[in-house]
Write a protein that binds this ligand. Sequence first.
Ligand code: PHE
Length: 456
Amino acid sequence: MASMKTGSRSSWSGKWAFILAAAASAVGLGNMWRFPYLAAKYGGGTFLITYLVLVFTFGVSLLLLETAIGRKTGLSAIGAFRHFGKKFMFIGVLASVVPFIIVPYYCIIGGWVTKYAFAYIAAGPAAMADGGTFFSSFITDGVDSSIFMLIFMAAAFIIVARGVKGGIEKANLILMPALIVMAIAIAIFTLTLPGALDGAAYYLKPDLSKFSPELVIGALGQMFYSLSLAMGIMITYGSYLEKKASLTQSVTRIGCFDLGVSFLAGLMIVPAAFVAMGSGDAVAQNSGPSLMFIILPEVFADMGQVATIVGFVFFLLVFFAALTSAISLTETCVSIIQDGAGFSRRKSLVITVVFIVVAGLIINSGYNVLSFIQPLGEGSSLLDFADFISNSVIMPIVALLTCVFVGWIIKPKTIIDEVRISAPFKAAKAWSVMVKYVAPVLVVVILVTALAQSLG
Ligand code: PHE
């Protein structure tokens, strides 16, 4: 345990473990389900190019900023901000609230995915291809959906309980390569479906007439969520990182990894949905849960003998992606409690688990016993509300505060010096401009748009 920093704090066994863990946190439901839908909605190639540009400018800059704060201070979000002055601690507190809100509902969706993977084997592909009855009766059944949520949670908790090196690193080493192999296999397979190539063309060819401010804002919001930014995760992960690892190179790799998986997810889902619905616009209209939990099972069911296996592998793949993200969220909660309250890792884990289970059960009842609570208007659920508050409200605020904090209070130089400990930082100038000016403006735009949409 010579590489441990101080006391009982965890650390990665090396740079690659860090990159893999950050990539595992990034790659999740956002890539597998939200990205393909947005790509379909915003004209395929045009969205892809915009997203690519945003990831490698804005996204990677913020990843670098968060990782460097974590590594410099050796603390998770609250402690890291407090390190620079007590009055900045609130930024860390706000960031830390986000994983606590996300993880319970993330595990609910993880439970849906688990249920589907099981059902392909137990009930066969036809059971899920019934126009949405299977899905709605499952989520409105509070007992069944809670059980699958708990199964999913248990998988994540067991891995986190085994610690950073023994649990998280080992799990990522198996789950991430498996995920990539399955994603490539399914993408190749769906591209061989009759008519799929038209769908692939729709996905890949830029349709410039679809370029719009909305597209950019959609891509920005997606990028935040997908890269797990503005919620203290990358600060925590950076705090476990050794000084000799190159931060710029690491964050570029994380960006590539996340983008690559999103791209593959689009390649498997958009053409398949296109086959089922005949046009890109139809795919775009079936956003949200229905694309993955209703439309895709219908596409799979038409595949004949291979349907069971394709459906199972697909949901297993999504399960792995969701699981690694849930692990990173849980780990962040544990480390926040551990650093914030000074409890042991074990005690912090127990508190985290109790909280997640209780919150998960409550949010899940929003689909059944508590379905009369519709916080965002007719038909909305507690899960929608948790998602909205965390992603559309708190995260942009945290991102804004973080950029202003680094750009104008502690000054970019503090971070640049940290980055330069391990490697040259050629883009330091451009990065400063990004953090001081470009990022704050873009974030305000996302925030205002999200609020306007929810009110309008
Ligand atoms: N980035 C994950 C995804 O794309 C979601 C996530 C958000 C994971 C926050 C961890 C923390 O699904």
